[in-house]
Design a protein around this ligand. Structure first.
Ligand SMILES: O=P(O)(O)OC[C@H]1O[C@H](O[C@H]2O[C@H](CO)[C@@H](O)[C@H](O)[C@H]2O)[C@H](O)[C@@H](O)[C@@H]1O
Length: 271
């Protein structure tokens, strides 16, 4: 997996960045650094400033695993496209969402009963209820591997069996057969009519976008690892500011070039 800041990565950026390109981002671990408590995640002020600059030039989309209400409250601005619950919320219709909400309520009640029966094993485990999916966090548990194995075994006993997707010290439980971030990004491309897109993410659920692999989509993973389907990577979350600057400067350059072209040769010579 090559760095986005390599010669090949820059060439790919040059080819994908056109007026109207959709710039899509995951939130936790991408725009905001990972924190020990899910409720403490914040976008650093300099990242927000850069995102605002970019949003004045091209449409922005946020595709988060968080609920829509939660992610909107954390953004500090109102981009044209925000999708929550790993590609589900903001895409599915009301009737579908109501069925998912009922399912998640039942799953949560059952899981709470099981966790209450084993308080020692349940130490440090947090159920994040996102209405249409659940996240079982074990970052605070003493033995991460044992907690993941136990939670996976519990979730496998739920009916109907959830779609389970791993992540950073988290096991996400989704209603079976629902959309993922990949299908959400395809739909956003259709809705926006954008000529292409860049997507930046850092986690397992982002692989659904990375796997799309199409000429008009540049995918970038935060943290370079083996086994990811992303085309390019940036080494660490702290590099997100540099990535945003690369996008903004290319779009500004295109705008300036277009303005000069519209003004014509006479303008360039002061005539
Ligand atoms: O798709 P994202 O926007 O990246 O959301 C993925 C999950 O992010 C949150 O959990 C993760 O970040 C927390 C804060 O840094 C961290 O404490 C946790 O261990 C991570 O798994 C969020 O709480 C989940 O709902 C999202 O699905």
């Amino acid at each position: 997996m090559q760095s986005l800041f390599s010669a090949a990565g820059r060439a790919r950026l040059d080819s994908i960045v056109q007026p109207g390109v959709l710039c899509a981002f995951d939130f936790d671990g991408t725009l905001a650094p990972i924190t020990s408590e899910p409720g403490h995640a914040r976008m650093p002020p300099d990242v927000l400033q850069r995102l605002l600059s970019l949003s004045s030039l091209t449409p922005i989309a946020i595709l988060s695993g968080r609920s829509l209400a939660d992610i909107r409250a954390r953004l500090g601005f109102d981009p044209p496209y925000v999708v929550g619950n790993h590609g589900l919320e903001g895409m599915a219709d009301e009737a579908e969402l109501a069925a998912h909400a009922a399912l998640c309520r039942a799953w949560r009640a059952q899981l709470e009963r099981w966790l209450a029966q084993e308080p020692v094993r349940g130490t440090g485990i947090l159920i994040e209820d996102k209405h249409y999916s659940l996240s079982l966090h074990y970052r605070g548990a003493p033995d991460h591997a044992a907690s993941l194995a136990w939670l996976t075994a519990l979730a496998a006993q739920l009916a109907p069996t959830p779609r389970m997707v791993g992540g950073k010290c988290v096991l996400n439980l989704l209603p079976p057969g629902v959309a993922d971030k990949g299908s959400a990004l395809r739909e956003l491309l259709r809705r926006s009519g954008a000529p292409g897109a860049i997507y930046v993410g850092d986690d397992v659920t982002d692989e659904a976008v990375f796997r799309l692999r199409r000429a008009g989509l540049l995918s970038v993973r935060v943290e370079c690892i083996d086994g990811s389907a992303a085309e390019f990577c940036i080494a660490r979350h702290a590099d997100i500011g540099r990535l945003l600057d690369e996008l903004t400067s290319r779009l500004r350059h295109l705008e300036t070039a277009k303005a000069a072209q519209l003004a014509g040769p006479g303008h360039a010579h002061g005539l």
